[in-house]
Design a protein. Structure first.
Length: 697
């Protein structure tokens, strides 16, 4: 393998060039080579200045996230930054691409920072539950001031070159090709003896008077809401240390914060999700296949789902043809789309011109023949087998050869639908979640005869319209709905065994869900759980009575104004507890006799999480999901599983698979049909493994 950093000398300048595709990540070999190259340049008597640059599409985009747990790697970066800053010869960095995290920390340690016009900068450590660990919290305030540093570090936002120049994050923007500009500028200044070593550690002008900056820190601390992740508070502590402590002591303080956060379960979970989301980008193919280009999209079937999918397509810049069964349905769906865009304009998220341009790309019709010109159609008609088959027969007759035909079904047999067409190789499921234009997840359901190219195209289309695709096999509920169903099943049992609906919802909100399971059930509709309860009943699990009793009373959830809670029909959306529900629950309790118990918040959380982990294992056994991390991503994006908990599989790993199995064994004494540990859970325990061990299989 070639050396990841090369050294070339010209006109008294040593140029250290990093070349480690694809993003020049600061892997151990890169750090070692860069340190050795720096020492070589420093010892070169002919070199009067040192330039650090990079080939390829970007200056280093930080440390590979998989190396974060290797303390030697993160410490090597911190040491390298000290070496750069302490160089007796001026060090200039030439920055292009996306200069992120550790890459930016490296740049902050240099004496001068030149940037390409298209470069951007960010320190997104906080999004991983971390603070910088190589001096970022100590050097950044010295260059830009405390208040801008607070903003950049707490938000992790990306900064373009003009703002970076204004802040003082960079010194100059190249007015031409960056390598040529850098060499010309450095050569000219060397001739004029106008280059000097400027250690960032000694640049305190932006931090005077200290009182102003300490006030900015305290103001930020006052606005910082108490949350589940410690990183924001620790970041402020580190920035404050940059004002109060000598530089070397500040570095030590920062390193201690980094080490503490790195070991915390919240950061471990956030880093897991970061990797998991990127892992989903790869379709489940043995060999890469080029997807077909999708330049236009059709949607057959309207309503809220069809409207949301159409909006996602329009937002992505695609012409969208919307086909409804009748003019009344078409007008209602178009009105829904207009209403969404008008609300976005009212809230300042969209301007009038952008809204009008998006609406101009929409064609609404009741004529299916208009779909003959589009590259892909997503069918969203109601979940009726006969109706779906008729829709597929119609689409097969009008769509052009090779066009992608996708169904949004949540429960029907996609193989059966593909079988009524002459294009089964181009049929795939694209299962969206409400509202489709907001929720990022889409499950790409691979049918028996779906071709590799159709799979690749479905993944590509999903990304084009701003979604995170995960692969799913054919089966009832696919991935996210199956885990959510197990979660709700456990919640229903809790209520019928002694807990209250509000108590269960409070416990799971305290765990980190934005909604409790019963709030979510009301949101999607109680009737959506019928198939799930029948499936568990067929497996020998007991059937909860409460949902059916509520539906018998016409309480279907939000849309009917009543479900597990009461909802206002007019005015601002409100949710209230209903005494009638308490009466129904008490009646069920009285039928059970003395088998009613009290459940703490911890009891509730353990049961719900065990149910989700067990269902995740069953999904893996059934071959419906590729890997446990896909299940984690699905639950985070579709149902709000707290990101800092990592998803149900990661949460089980952090709890300990053995403890999860022991909980399941204990619960199975009450109801073996639902709680018996899956064979996969038992195998993981027996083999000393975790769900995470299955992610790269």
């Amino acid at each position: 393998m070639s050396r990841p950093v090369t050294v070339q000398s010209a006109e008294g300048i040593s140029v250290l060039t990093i070349d480690h595709p694809p993003v020049n990540a600061l892997k151990p070999a890169v750090l070692t080579s860069l340190s050795a190259s720096l020492a070589e340049a420093i010892s070169d008597d002919d070199a009067k200045a040192i330039v650090i640059a990079a080939r390829g599409k970007t200056f280093p985009a930080g440390i590979d996230i998989r190396d974060f747990d290797d303390r030697q790697v993160t410490q090597a970066l911190a040491d390298l930054c000290v070496e750069i800053e302490g160089s007796p010869k001026p060090v200039i960095v030439a920055l292009h691409g996306t200069v992120l995290g550790g890459g930016l920390e490296l740049a902050l340690a240099a004496h001068y920072r030149f940037a390409d016009r298209r470069a951007s900068f960010a320190m997104p450590d906080v999004t991983l539950g971390l603070s910088p660990g190589a001096g970022g919290t100590q050097r950044l305030p010295r260059l830009v001031g405390a208040a801008p540093a607070i903003d950049l570090l707490l938000t992790g936002r990306r900064v373009e070159v003009d703002e970076a120049l204004e802040l003082g994050l960079i010194d100059e923007v190249a007015d031409g090709p960056l390598p040529i500009y850098t060499m010309k500028q450095v050569s000219a200044r060397l001739r004029k003896d106008a280059l000097e070593c400027r250690p960032t550690a000694k640049r305190m002008a932006k931090l005077t008077p200290p009182k102003v900056h300490l006030e900015a820190i305290e103001a930020a601390r006052g606005k910082l809401a108490e949350g589940p992740v410690d990183a924001p508070g620790r970041l402020l502590d580190c920035i404050q240390a940059s004002l109060l402590l000598p530089f070397e002591a500040g570095l030590t303080f920062e390193r201690s914060a980094f080490d503490d956060l790195l070991a915390a379960p919240e950061s471990r979970s956030l880093r897991h999700v970061f990797v998991a989301e990127r892992r989903t980008r790869t379709p489940p193919l043995d060999e890469p296949v080029e997807p077909k280009p999708i330049k236009s999209l059709g949607v057959m079937g309207g309503g809220l789902v069809g409207a949301g999918i159409a909006i996602a397509g329009l937002d992505a810049g695609l012409p969208v043809t919307l086909v409804e069964a009748n003019i009344e349905g078409l007008e209602a769906t178009v009105e829904t789309i207009i209403d969404v865009y008008d609300r976005q304009v009212k809230r300042g998220r969209l301007d009038d011109a952008t809204r009008d341009a998006r609406m101009a790309r929409l064609t609404g019709t009741t004529e299916a023949e208009t779909l003959s010109r589009v590259d892909a159609v997503i069918e969203t008609t109601p979940e009726d087998p006969g109706g779906k088959r008729r829709a597929f027969t119609t689409l097969d007759a009008v769509m052009k050869p090779g066009a992608l035909l996708a169904t949004n079904t949540a429960s029907l047999d996609i193989d059966g639908l593909a079988g009524v067409t002459g294009r089964a190789d181009n049929v795939v499921g694209l299962h969206f979640f409400p509202p489709p234009h907001v929720v990022r997840l889409v499950e790409v359901v691979v049918a028996t005869n779906t071709s590799d190219q159709a799979i690749a195209t479905a993944f590509a289309l999903s990304r084009v319209i701003g979604k995170t695709p995960i692969a799913a096999g054919v089966g009832p509920g696919y991935v996210a709905d199956r885990v959510q169903g197990a979660y709700l099943q456990a919640a229903e049992y809790l209520v019928e065994d002694g807990a209250s609906v509000p108590a269960v919802d409070r416990a799971m909100r305290a765990y980190g869900f934005p909604m409790g399971p019963f709030q979510m059930a009301d949101f999607v509709g109680l009737d959506m759980g019928i198939a799930r309860r029948l499936r568990y009943s067929a497996q020998g699990a007991r059937v909860a009575q409460l949902p059916d009793r509520l539906m018998d009373l016409g309480r279907l959830g939000r849309r009917s104004g009543k479900g597990y809670y009461l909802y206002a029909k007019e005015g601002p959306a409100t949710m209230a507890e209903d005494p009638e529900l308490s009466g129904l629950v008490s009646d069920i309790w009285s039928q059970k006799g003395g088998d009613i118990r009290e459940f703490s918040a911890d009891d509730i959380q353990r049961r719900c999480l065990a149910a989700m982990a067990n269902e995740a294992a069953r999904i893996m056994e059934d071959g419906v999901a590729q890997r446990p991390s896909d299940i984690d991503v699905a639950m985070i994006l579709a149902y709000g599983f707290p990101r800092w908990k990592g998803g149900p599989a990661m949460a089980a790993d952090l709890t300990g698979i053995l403890r999860v199995k022991r909980d399941l064994d204990a619960f199975a004494v009450e109801d073996a049909g639902f709680w018996t540990p899956s064979p996969l859970i038992s195998d993981l325990v027996k083999n000393g493994q975790r769900f995470a061990d299955l992610n790269d299989v």
